[in-house]
Every structure is written in structure tokens, then in C-alpha cells.
Ligand binder design. Structure first.
Ligand SMILES: O=C(O)c1ccccc1NCC(=O)[C@H](O)[C@H](O)COP(=O)(O)O
Length: 223
């Protein structure tokens, strides 16, 4: 199966266009006001039109209520909801039933104990995004540019598609894929020149590096 590459936290037409032209499979739009990547609904509507049919639109929310999700549905019509808060398994089920869209549940990882939450989420979610657990004093649960120990996923036996994220960039994405065998990679800080400021050249470099590592692993698998 082909590697999925997600560029998250896009907020301008220009950098979104760069990601689309460079071949991103998924583009993430953050709807979380404390984030430097937070989008208004109108910005989401505009960028969503630009991305439509070019890549999967991922709406990223944190413990959002139904009214917020309704507004995002109306503005962006996301292909996937990425739930990046403390949403329960029951909440995932509610959201799937109410909105009829696939749900990617972010699972914060710091130690192996964090993987205990997986079986419950894996029974309901359509995919999992492993991300570095944020420090207790962080102003947001993700998008912090810090990796977790990818070896914690070395013996993962998950029947669900999963992505790896957290502190990825062009120079470490190949190793992250080698260790985790993830089917997708996700990046935000690693393609920014400053928090929330996406850099076109860094976006292109990251996608090139991810695709190159995908080609290498496919070559190895056929030997
Ligand atoms: O990106 C944010 O600002 C953000 C805010 C609140 C919750 C999640 C957030 N990002 C989630 C993502 O999917 C990021 O791409 C992921 O955490 C990796 O971020 P980074 O380590 O900066 O590459």
C-alpha cells in the first residue's frame, strides 16, 4: 500500500498549493484557537475549496462539541476528522454516527503504558495517528515539533492503518518509517520557518524524503 503523506496546519493558499503540487495525500486544517495554525471557518471554507479533489481534507479538532463540528462540516466538509483531544471511545462512535466521516484518533505516546488505550480506540476509529505526548504545561496537545521514541511501536500489532507524527522532518522521516513501519507520516513544525509559518521548500523536501524512503522500503521488500 502506498505511503500516505500528510502536511498539517496549513493556513495559506500559497503553502497549501505547494503541498498539493508536491503530492501531499492529506492536508490538515487546525480548528483549535490556541494553535498558531488555527483557521477561521471562512478560511477553512476557502482552503477546502482549493484542496477539494486534490488531497484528503483533514479537520483537526480537540475535544470539540457537536456545534463546532457542525460548523466545520458546513465550512470544510472534511474527508476525515482528526480527534486530537481526550475524546472517549463512545465520543468517537457518536461523531462517526452523527457526521458519517472517517475518524482518525490521535494517541499521545511517551511510554509503552500509553499504548494501553489502543484496543478501545482501534475498535471504533478508522485510523490512528501516533503523536508525541505533549508536556503537562503545553498550550496544545500537538504540533509541538518533538518526537517520541519510535521503538515503542516496533512490535505494534495493529490491524488498523496508522500514521506516525511528532517532530518529523526531512532528515528523520526515513528512520521513523523504518522503525515504526507506519503507513503514513504527518508533519507540521518540521516544515515551518516559525510556529504556524509553513515553508514551501521544507514542505517539498519533506515530501521528497518521505517518498524516497517509501521507494527504498518497497525495493527491499521485493528482494
Ligand atoms: O498543529 C497544531 O497546532 C495542533 C494543535 C492542537 C492539536 C493538534 C495539533 N497538531 C496535530 C497534528 O496533527 C500535528 O501535525 C502533529 O501533532 C505533529 O506536529 P509536529 O510535531 O509539529 O510535526
Amino acid at each position: 500500500m502506498s505511503l500516505l503523506v500528510k502536511i498539517c496546519g496549513l493556513s495559506t493558499r500559497e503553502t497549501l498549493q505547494t503541498a498539493l503540487d508536491a503530492g501531499a495525500d492529506m492536508v490538515g486544517f487546525v480548528f483549535f484557537p490556541p494553535s498558531p495554525r488555527h483557521l477561521s471557518l471562512e478560511a477553512g471554507r476557502e482552503l477546502g475549496r482549493q484542496a477539494k479533489q486534490r488531497a484528503l481534507k483533514v479537520a483537526l479538532t480537540v475535544d470539540a462539541d457537536d456545534a463546532t463540528l457542525d460548523n466545520i462540516m458546513d465550512a470544510l466538509s472534511p474527508d476525515i476528522f482528526q480527534l486530537h483531544g481526550k475524546e472517549s471511545v463512545a465520543r468517537l462512535r457518536d461523531i462517526k454516527q452523527r457526521f458519517g466521516r472517517p475518524v482518525m484518533k490521535a494517541v499521545p505516546v511517551a511510554t509503552s503504558a500509553d499504548l494501553a488505550a489502543l484496543p478501545g480506540y482501534a475498535a471504533v476509529a478508522d485510523s490512528i495517528l501516533f503523536d508525541a505526548r505533549a508536556p503537562k504545561d503545553a498550550t496544545r496537545p500537538g504540533g509541538l515539533g518533538e518526537p517520541f521514541d519510535w521503538h515503542l511501536l516496533e512490535n505494534l500489532d495493529l490491524k488498523l492503518p496508522y500514521m506516525v507524527s511528532g517532530g518529523l522532518h526531512a532528515d528523520n522521516v526515513a528512520e521513523a518509517l523504518r522503525v515504526t513501519r507506519a503507513g503514513g507520516v504527518d508533519v507540521s513544525s518540521g516544515v515551518e520557518s516559525a510556529p504556524g509559518v509553513k515553508d514551501p521548500e521544507m514542505i517539498k523536501a519533506f515530501i521528497r524524503a518521505a517518498r524516497a524512503s517509501q521507494d527504498t522500503s518497497q525495493e527491499l521488500s521485493v528482494r
